[in-house]
Design a protein around this ligand. Structure first.
Ligand code: MSP
Length: 540
């Protein structure tokens, strides 16, 4: 039997359920969704995983504060916030893993027992400063001096809140033994940690040497029990990282799940915020090396959404909910804005002014207006039926060349996770098509002799017909290329172009051939439809 092709497998971090999602979380998920939709549009087999991280002290404390059990709290947040937000941002994930699910718990215990049996885990004791926000022991040198209400205390450099001294008897993972193998990995596979700034940080960190990692806690019980010692629960990060494998069938006895694991693992990209880079680029590969399992191909760290120069966070009351923006602008504009404006890998900020300006300038005037005026002219001069184009001039050949370059550049950008460059490449076709209409001026050509008949209807094979067919072809290409970024508007445009009955569903159009013109046949029914991005009042 031929082996099934390997799926393109991409993950988001699994989100802590201590609070509801803000736009920082949505940013990661949208990026993951755009990249996986792009791979789907290439007609690849894709698996896109997201989910929630439900164990650990941080979630436990939030539940206690709210007077409910941690499981009840997690259920409530997942059902009321974390699952609904996926629909709000229009994410098309294939699965949603929760670390309290049995499929996860059972497989994690198997993994642990395997490491224990192989002598990779031992019992010891540890004392050190712990940040519950990060769910991580900190090294004393990393801490900052607190200010304001925390003056005189040491605080976590990420959460700017006091750390707690913990002294416990724990189980330890022999992570120190993997420093050299990790350095060799970063050296031989520079693509393993990206972008370059993230790679440098990780290499510098591991070069200082690694300590063994405390992987159990015994002062609370909200976690996965250590299989050989149920007085301990597993450290939440060890538990959480394993989701990437347990969700695709690792450790399952079910044949179909085992087959899925073979087809899906290793992951192609773990997309993470830079705050959790080390967990993914140091601890995770060390765990997999210890278990003798294949390593993911890439950990890509993106930057932070900043508010007032600091990482947006609910705990610092700077969080904005995705629906605050989407209720006004829609999910397509939200996705477009964050993917287009922030260089993926760097930090960025959000401002309402910039959002309104780009919505009106780029989406409403640039793209939406291009679609509506092209359809309106096909309606006016050809009764909504695509005419037969006439002879091509350099203008048409040049526009098709722009489309071909847009596809090639966007493809290359997606492969290096430069999502902003991919969107900009596609946008070069929006701009060039607007420029093409400005230059060909079909509304003026329509007045020239021989272009229209006695009733003012355009004729096949004229310049008027050629320019409108060419603009329609560019829009067809744009619908396909923007489908991963602005799926709703792209689908509406596909419908307006009457493309489905003649070319099939938009999802089935390969990226690679999107730029070849001359695809929509003469006779295709084009309708104007509602505006793709209705203009917003600047002071609304
Ligand atoms: N539960 C862990 C991850 C475990 S993965 C095995 C966790 N969860 S989290 O909810 O705190 O945040 C996860 C991710 O949300 C971050 O890595 C990042 O991708 C995203 N973001 C949270 N705040 C963000 C910003 N302000 N800006 C950009 N992304 C942000 O860490």
């Amino acid at each position: 039997m031929p082996e099934a092709a390997k799926s393109f497998y991409l993950t988001t971090p699994i989100y802590y359920v201590n609070d509801a999602p803000h736009i920082g979380h949505a940013y990661t998920t949208v990026a993951a969704d755009v990249v996986t939709r792009w791979h789907r549009q290439r007609q690849e087999d894709v698996w896109f995983l997201t989910g929630t991280d439900e164990h650990g002290e941080k979630v436990l404390r939030t539940a206690e504060k709210n007077g409910v059990s941690p499981q009840e709290w997690a259920d409530r947040l997942v059902e009321s916030a974390w699952q609904p937000v996926l629909e709000t941002i229009d994410a098309r994930n294939d699965d949603f893993i929760r670390t309290t699910q049995e499929r996860h718990v059972v497989a994690v215990q198997k993994f642990l027992q395997g490491l224990y049996d192989a002598g990779e885990i031992y019992k010891g004791s540890y004392e050190g400063p712990y940040c519950v926000g990060c769910e991580e022991y900190k090294l004393p040198g990393e801490l900052l001096d607190g200010t304001g209400e925390y003056a005189g205390q040491k605080v976590c450099p990420i959460h700017l809140r006091p750390v707690e001294m913990l002294a416990e008897e724990n189980y330890f993972f022999r992570m120190s033994a993997y420093a050299d193998r990790l350095l060799a990995l970063y050296e031989e596979h520079p693509e393993f940690v990206q972008p370059a700034s993230a790679r440098n940080e990780v290499v510098g960190f591991v070069k200082q040497g690694l300590q063994d990692l405390s992987i159990s806690r015994s002062t609370f019980d909200w976690g996965i029990p250590i299989p050989w010692d149920d007085k301990h629960v597993l450290y939440v990060w060890f538990d959480a990282l394993l989701n990437y494998m347990t969700a695709v069938g690792y450790g399952s006895d079910d044949a179909a799940e085992r087959e899925r694991f073979a087809r899906t693992w290793p992951a192609d990209v773990h997309l993470v915020g830079k705050d959790i880079l080390r967990f993914h680029a140091v601890i995770w590969p060390a765990m997999l090396m210890a278990a003798g399992l294949p390593l993911p191909k890439q950990v890509f760290a993106h930057g932070w959404l900043l508010v007032g120069g600091e990482k947006m966070s609910k705990s610092r009351l700077t969080g904005i909910a995705p629906s605050d923006i989407i209720d006004t602008f829609g999910s397509d504009a939200f996705r477009y804005y964050f993917m287009r404006t922030i260089g993926f890998g760097g930090d960025g900020s959000f401002s309402w002014e910039d959002m309104v300006a780009r919505y009106n300038g780029e989406l409403a005037n640039g793209f939406g207006n291009l679609a509506s005026r092209t359809a309106a002219m096909i309606g006016k001069y050809f009764g909504g039926t695509l005419p037969a184009a006439g002879a091509r001039t350099d203008l048409e050949t040049d526009l098709e060349a722009v489309a071909a370059k847009a596809v090639a550049d966007a493809e290359a950008a997606i492969d290096r996770m430069a999502i902003h460059d991919a969107v900009a490449a596609v946008w070069s076709l929006v701009d060039a098509t607007n420029g093409y209409l400005t230059e060909t001026q079909p509304w003026k050509v329509a007045k020239e002799p021989g272009e229209t008949d006695a009733e003012g209807r355009g004729v096949d094979g004229g310049r008027l017909a050629t320019s409108l067919v060419t603009a329609a072809e560019a829009l067809r290409a744009l619908a396909v290329l923007l489908h991963p970024v602005t799926p709703k508007a792209a689908a509406r445009l596909w419908e307006a172009l009457g493309a489905e009955p003649v070319l099939g569903p938009i999802a089935a159009q390969p990226v690679a051939s999107a730029a070849s013109f001359g695809v929509l046949p003469a006779g295709t029914t084009v309708t104007k439809g509602a505006a793709l991005f209705p203009r917003l009042d600047e002071d609304a």
